[in-house]
Design a binder for this molecule. Sequence first.
Ligand code: PGA
Length: 264
Amino acid sequence: MDKLYLGTNTKMYKTIADTVDFLTRLAANTADLSRDALELFVIPSFTTLGEARQCVPRESITLGAQNMGWEDQGQFTGEISPLMLREVGVEIVEIGHSERRHVLHETDEEENRKVLCALRHGLRPLLCIGETAQQKAQGIADEILRIQLKIGLQGMDPAQADRLMIAYEPVWAIGVSGVPASADYAQEKHAVIKRTLAELLGEDAQVPVLYGGSVNDGNCEELIALPAVDGLFIGRSAWDADRFDGIIRKVLRRLGTDAGKREE
Ligand code: PGA
């Protein structure tokens, strides 16, 4: 993978004012880091997206939405369509985050409709997958990941693979009570995901696979060094712009890229 992907989803936190402040600081903090081989992205709440796009250049920080309806328009009260997201300058759409699957009961079939709809509208789907603690204990994590990919990407044109991103976020690793995956476990599951993507989209498909779930200042270097990990998708530990900047620099230094060396 010739690019490194580092991003955060701010979930149902941060008002417009908070988001603008966060993005402005993050852009300023990271202004010296070349974006040639680094994409920074932030996925804030829907209501913040318009002002979020105005406050920082897209070359500095890519913006994403946390969810999307799967039709262009229609009788879907409460949903946000791809046309609405395009209008405010969103590029990425997060699909199937664990909280949407397990708290709001979304299905693989629904995630699939959203993936196809996002691609149809020139958006970049970030499909989140991951097994629950129970599925892990039952020894069916690999099967679950393969099902989530096989259904989630069903009918996708492999020619569009360069617009797809996957986040592997084990459900048991996410949030305050989450325990981050060990490096060995993360590497093993990322390898399963990469093999499945090659099977579904072809050996040449370049789909970044990001790890998420309790990533923090202490484990980011070990996780990013894993051969099958192409980026990190961070929650809590990235919601302060200085702390996120610290993680970004640690990761870049660990990878030995030029962008990360200025601070040393
Ligand atoms: P966390 O969240 O880093 O706070 O565990 C990750 C996520 O939900 O994507």
